[in-house]
Design a protein around this ligand. Structure first.
Ligand SMILES: NC(=O)c1ccc[n+]([C@@H]2O[C@H](COP(=O)([O-])OP(=O)(O)OC[C@H]3O[C@@H](n4cnc5c(N)ncnc54)[C@H](O)[C@@H]3O)[C@@H](O)[C@H]2O)c1
Length: 355
């Protein structure tokens, strides 16, 4: 982090990736973080409790769609940068009801962009020069790949789910606010993240939690959809590199370079659980795999060309996937109280997104 970037407004800092980002930022004493998060079902209250005692941290529970609140926070906190992660993030939920996705992901991004523009225009000299609006997006905006090829930053936008369409819309707004008003923006497109504290509706935690309880492991379709997996800590380091070294108006792909079919991924989780839970009542865990009806509009394959981020940001993923996945499995086995509370209060593991 260079000396000009000290006060950072993070939106969605109570979520899976946002809380990992805030954790890393709070380790840098020269950085002050203001976390604006609505605390939806997806938020991690334990992370908020953990951060609360940090001297360089402030939390505001609020909605990014609330323009007066965003204006007030910008005027009071005077950030040198905004890292925008707040979003509705689960594809299956977007299939069931897209309204909240359009509201937060599109309208909320519009509110932030417009408020940031007014704030940035009021800055002078070096502060105005250094200000960045970093927008956190997804590889899903590019649509679906066949067996070959990689998405590049100049690949066409062809989103297929309500979630990816809402993220694509927000990316285009960010582009427009840069092109039209010269707001200094940078956009990152990340592949599928994994790691500790991911909400249990997502594939990896859901499979670990169901498998350790000897419940059926629902794999969509034939399980042959391919995803590129990146550890959340690699994503966070990539975002900070983009904030510091990203060229204004540019987009950067951040991916782990680990392509797996969903079936292969679930099998790997099962094999890790076979080792971790040796002697448990249900072995091998692979026998729990059950094929269920596919996600409507299920993208076949995502894979990212990360050469631009490697060259321009000096960033590359570091966490070896086998190690990262094993650590993640152990984290869920060792933090049962964390996810049991969620299963009891907010999500009971049922199938979502059948349209
Ligand atoms: N998880 C992934 O694999 C992945 C991959 C690529 C990009 N992304 C993007 O990264 C960002 C973070 O993803 P995540 O997995 O941490 O999501 P998450 O669902 O775990 O967390 C989202 C956070 O945003 C907050 N939020 C939601 N609506 C809000 C609103 N209106 N105002 C303020 N806060 C609000 C929630 O309370 C929550 O804390 C999202 O923009 C997502 O599109 C995620």
């Amino acid at each position: 982090m260079n000396s000009d970037v000290q006060r950072l407004l993070v939106t969605g800092g109570a979520g899976f990736i946002g809380s990992a980002l805030v954790q890393m930022l709070l380790g840098q004493p020269r950085v002050q973080v203001l976390n604006l998060d609505k605390v939806t079902y997806a938020a991690n209250p334990e992370a908020l409790e953990r951060f609360a005692t940090e001297p360089n941290y402030r939390f505001v529970q609020g909605d990014i769609c609330d323009r007066p609140l965003v204006d007030k926070l910008l005027a009071e906190f005077k950030p040198q940068g905004i890292i925008h992660l707040a979003a509705e993030s689960h594809v299956d939920r977007s299939i069931d009801d897209a309204a909240g996705f359009l509201q937060t992901n599109i309208m909320g991004t519009h509110v932030l962009l417009d408020a940031a523009l007014g704030y940035w225009r009021g800055l002078q000299g070096a502060e105005r020069e250094a200000f960045r609006f970093l927008h956190v997006s997804t590889d899903e905006v590019y649509g679906s790949l066949g067996p070959e090829g990689l998405f590049r930053e100049d690949s066409p936008y062809l989103p297929n789910s309500p979630y990816s369409a809402s993220k694509a819309s927000s990316d285009l707004l960010v582009r427009a606010w840069h092109q039209t008003y010269e707001l200094p923006t940078v956009v990152c497109h990340a592949s599928n993240n994994y790691g500790p504290c991911q909400f249990p509706e997502k594939l990896i935690p859901l499979m670990i939690i169901k498998a350790q309880a000897a419940q059926e492991l629902p794999v969509y379709g034939k399980g042959d959809n391919v995803r590129d997996w990146m550890h959340v800590s690699d994503h966070v380091r990539g975002l900070l590199a983009a904030l510091e070294r990203g060229r204004v108006g540019q987009t950067y792909n951040l991916g782990g370079g680990v392509e797996l079919t969903n079936l292969e991924l679930v099998r790997r989780i099962c094999r890790l659980l076979d080792q971790e839970l040796a002697g448990s009542r249900r072995q091998p865990h692979e026998e729990l795999i059950t094929f269920v009806s596919d996600r409507p509009g299920h993208d076949q394959r995502y894979a990212l060309d990360i050469a631009k981020a490697q060259t321009e940001l000096g960033w590359a993923p570091q966490v070896e996937f086998g190690q990262g996945l094993a650590d993640t499995v152990r984290w869920y086995l060792g933090n049962q109280a964390w996810w049991e509370r969620i299963l009891k209060e907010r999500y009971n593991g049922v199938r979502l997104g059948l349209a």
